[in-house]
Design a protein around this ligand. Structure first.
Ligand code: ADP
Ligand code: ADP
Ligand code: MG
Length: 447
């Protein structure tokens, strides 16, 4: 068993992991940058080590300093949280070499899913539905034209090494294709040092529905239902919920089975998420696999009653998965709103600064995951998300009402936030009716 864990992250997710460790009787080591010396995670952990300067590249991405912190404190395992080093197979291999356990999947499983054209080929072999497109990498314009004519426009040219929405271009006609191909290749080379691209059909106004999975070291894999993350602004998730408003028991079973197949196909262990696009006719297509805990994991925790972070730690410690597929029950409806320090009236520009006062809501079925407090100075160097508000109700209508009441009570002074924007979203008729797709928020103006 593991008895000391280093958390290679900051903010609410670092706190979330520290709490899970405490409940399991495991000691914790926080790491922090010079900009984070007053951060809650650094104060609350059993031990804290400063690992470098404010910029992420000097601290939270500083692999040498993090491994040195393990060495000094005797931490046996690293929990990476999300972002930062959480999907770096290179760092996982480095940890393995140093005898430090990684709380997440193996480096090989990460690599199998990291290259998208490759991941797609693996999914096809495993019988998981994917968006129609080229068989792997497209070499030149002529090949691209033949494939696009066959699948029909519009198409997307996508970087195989892509991530974060980079290296993706849409082409609505043959004339546009040549330009899209060149632009996607150029961006892919610039961001990923690899200009390989592939082509797939552009799905019009799909939903983003993802499935949470858990796998142990003995080949057991289960799924924990879905999260609908269609409420996105420029590819950034804003609000997540479960069940998806379009879900049926049949579709959930089919998507869950596909997610489990996807995980098995790459020997996936620990917690992971399989992202799908779902079209108007409820056809679903594999999009990508996220090899880490996700921001929106509390949605699944509230729906299932399963503590995903504790499961991650137990699985990494070599425990057999104690939950069977038939034991997983989704109850009621859960919604999460991301509270960001940003100004919706000013193009959602981040608003770091000092929190003069804060009041957070509570009550039956209300959860808040945050690491900010009164007097805390939000640094400018990191993500602008400062809290996640999660509510659980009997059904979607009750969850929406509960979220409105909770957000209405929430008070943050000193910095701008998106709380009013979230309230407008919760009052929007299309949202209330479940009429959402990944482009829906980009078409609305709540500010
Ligand atoms: P997705 O599930 O589509 O990857 P997420 O919102 O979970 O979307 O994360 C988007 C990317 O940004 C991921 O790489 C995630 O690890 C990172 N990220 C998101 N929110 C934060 C945050 N508050 N702090 C650090 N990294 C974050
Ligand atoms: P990244 O790794 O950069 O997140 P994804 O493959 O997940 O790349 O795609 C990014 C976003 O682009 C998705 O979240 C989705 O909104 C959109 N997208 C991806 N593939 C398609 C497609 N075939 N049709 C329509 N939209 C898509
Ligand atoms: Mg994605």
């Amino acid at each position: 068993m593991i008895d000391k864990i280093l958390i290679a992250n900051r903010g609410e997710i670092a706190l979330r992991v520290i709490r899970a460790c405490r409940e399991l009787g495991i000691e914790t080591v926080a790491v922090y940058s010079t900009a984070d010396k007053n951060a809650l995670h650094a104060q609350i952990a059993d031990q804290s080590v400063c690992i470098g300067g404010a910029r992420s590249s000097d601290s939270y991405l500083n692999t040498r300093a993090i491994l040195a912190a393990c060495e000094i404190t005797g931490a046996q395992a690293i929990h990476p949280g999300f972002g930062f080093l959480s999907e770096s197979s290179r760092f996982v291999r480095l940890c393995n070499k140093c005898g430090i356990k990684w709380i997440g999947p193996d480096a090989d499983a990460m690599d199998a899913m990291g290259d998208k054209a490759n991941a797609k080929a693996t999914m096809i072999k495993a019988g998981v539905p994917v968006v129609r497109g080229s068989d792997g990498i497209v070499e030149n314009v002529d090949e691209a034209k033949t494939i696009a004519a066959d699948i029909g426009y519009p198409v997307l040219v996508k970087a195989s090494a892509g991530g974060g929405g980079r290296g993706i271009r849409r082409a609505d006609s043959e004339q546009e294709l040549e330009k899209a191909l060149a632009a996607a290749k150029e961006e892919a080379l610039r961001f990923f040092g690899n200009d390989e691209v592939y082509i797939e059909k552009f799905i019009v106004d799909p939903r983003h529905v993802e499935v949470q999975i858990l796998g142990d070291e003995y080949g057991n894999v289960i799924h924990l239902g879905e999260r609908d993350c269609s409420c996105q602004r420029r590819n950034q998730k804003v609000l997540e919920e479960s069940p998806s408003p379009i879900m049926t028991p049949e579709l959930r079973a089919a998507m869950g089975e596909a997610a489990v197949k996807a995980a098995r196909a790459c020997g996936y262990k620990n917690a992971g998420t399989v992202e799908f696009l779902v079209d108007k006719d409820r056809n679903f297509y594999f999009m990508e696999m996220n090899a880490r805990i996700q921001v929106e994991h509390p949605v699944t925790e509230m729906e299932t009653g399963i503590d995903l972070v504790k499961q991650q730690i137990l699985i990494a410690g070599g425990m057999k998965l104690g939950i069977k597929q038939e034991d997983v029950r989704l109850t009621g409806h859960t919604i999460e709103c991301r509270v960001n320090a940003e100004d919706p009236k000013n193009g959602f520009r981040p608003c770091p600064g000092k929190i003069e006062s804060i009041h957070v809501p509570g009550g039956f079925g209300v959860r808040i995951d945050t690491a900010v407090y009164q007097g805390y100075e939000i640094p400018q160097y990191y993500d602008s998300m400062i809290a996640k508000l999660i509510v659980h109700g009997e059904d979607r209508a009750e969850a929406i009402t509960k979220m409105r009441v909770a957000l209405g009570e929430m008070l943050i002074e000193g910095v701008q936030t998106n709380i009013d924007y979230q309230l407008s979203l919760l009052r929007d008729e299309d949202f209330i009716n479940g009429n959402i797709d990944i482009g829906f928020l980009n078409r609305k103006d709540f500010s």
